[in-house]
Design a protein around this ligand. Structure first.
Ligand code: SF4
Length: 361
């Protein structure tokens, strides 16, 4: 029996068939789900997807939304460039495709944030078109099944995996096959402790036969992440509001709302006076919080500082806001979703705001 046939048989019995993007399947919904699922597990994505689709039920609703609103719906999911690309891509669909999500591979591939595997996954699942996919789960399955050594970030290894992905992709049942191979990677051929004994592919799996499962896929060569340090200011006015600033559109937390940052080596009072024309009454440093990005650790030293009658001097239209959490409405997990204002907040900022509002009587 072929690889795809075995997978499809397994999928018929064990695969996931009731995911929210599988019901009333549209290319738009599948696209949103595929972008959310990059770097994020299904169980995490489901509530975000459902809320996102309620607010932005079609591509035009998304295209015409304010970026802040889109980012707010993404708060907590991480990798915010995905949300900004999704928004830009929706505008591209509105402007170049009359608001109708395109169904040609090249048009989908031309959308911001969509690579070859994602374009294939969208069109295979939404339209049953024949395209191979090679996301993280599929790479792991194929690297083990064919005992492909070498980190998949290397072009030579990636090319080899694409050849295998193409060769196994069937001519029919593309939506099911695509979901099946992703599901197998997510539920049986897991990163650690894969369930090889019950895997439908175990009879031909080279890694299983040669006891190399734990060695594959070859991990990315490790390098020590550099550490950057910054002080984040929780500038608080008489009304217990905290000053937030909108970050530039690109870079870390691009377009999200965050706290003012300053070098650790500078004095808080001098720095606030120079950069914000603010007089600080009292200030207190809180314990360091580490936030790890893919390419560095950020050690944040939070500093809460009460400011003396700031008036409007510090405000810059659309870039700064005095912000207060709605205490009665706060949720423990995702405070930013229930705060008084709908702003997209970086996760560590949201956690810090939670902490100081929780500490208040
Ligand atoms: S037998 Fe094990 S290693 Fe091979 S594909 Fe199945 S789960 Fe993965």
């Amino acid at each position: 029996m072929t690889f795809s046939k075995k997978l499809l048989n397994w999928y018929a019995q064990h695969g996931r068939k009731n995911l929210p993007w599988q019901k009333n399947r549209t290319a738009y919904g599948v696209w949103v789900s595929e972008i959310m699922l990059q770097q994020t597990q299904v169980v995490t994505v489901i509530p975000y997807f459902e809320k996102f689709m309620l607010s932005f039920p079609d591509v035009l609703a998304l295209a015409n939304a304010h970026e802040d609103d889109v980012l707010h719906h993404w708060s907590g999911l991480g990798y915010y460039a995905r949300a900004r690309n999704l928004h830009r891509a929706a505008q591209q669909v509105r402007d170049e495709h009359n608001g109708v999500f395109p169904l040609s591979f090249d048009d989908v591939l031309a959308l911001p944030g969509v690579g070859q595997s994602t374009a294939g996954a969208i069109l295979a699942q939404a339209e049953g078109q024949r395209h191979a996919i090679l996301d993280g789960n599929v790479k792991r399955v194929l690297a083990r099944f064919h005992a492909v050594h070498g980190w998949s970030g290397q072009k030579k290894v990636q090319d080899q995996l694409w050849v295998f992905a193409e060769s196994h992709t069937p001519k029919k049942q593309l939506a099911d096959y695509t979901q099946a191979i992703m599901d197998l990677g997510a539920t049986l051929c897991k990163r650690s402790k894969p369930d090889c004994e019950v895997c439908p592919l175990n009879a031909q799996c080279v890694a299983f036969a040669t006891e190399q499962v734990a060695l594959l896929p070859t991990p990315k060569p490790r390098k020590t992440l550099p550490v950057k340090s910054v002080r984040m200011l929780l500038l608080r006015n008489d009304s217990q509001q905290i000053l937030l600033e909108k970050r530039p559109p690109t870079g870390i937390w691009g377009g999200l709302w965050s706290l003012p940052e300053m070098p650790l080596s500078d004095k808080v009072t001098d720095w606030c006076s120079e950069h914000y024309q603010l007089e600080i009454n009292t200030s207190e440093e809180l314990p360091v919080v580490r936030h790890t990005f893919s390419h560095f650790h950020l050690d944040i030293t939070p500093c809460i500082a009460d400011v003396n009658n700031p008036g409007q001097s510090v405000m810059e239209a659309e870039r700064r806001v005095w912000y207060k959490a709605c205490q009665s409405n706060r949720s423990k997990q995702n405070s930013e979703q229930t705060m008084g204002l709908s702003l997209g907040l970086a996760t560590p900022v949201s956690n810090l705001l939670n902490r100081i509002y929780e500490e208040k009587p």
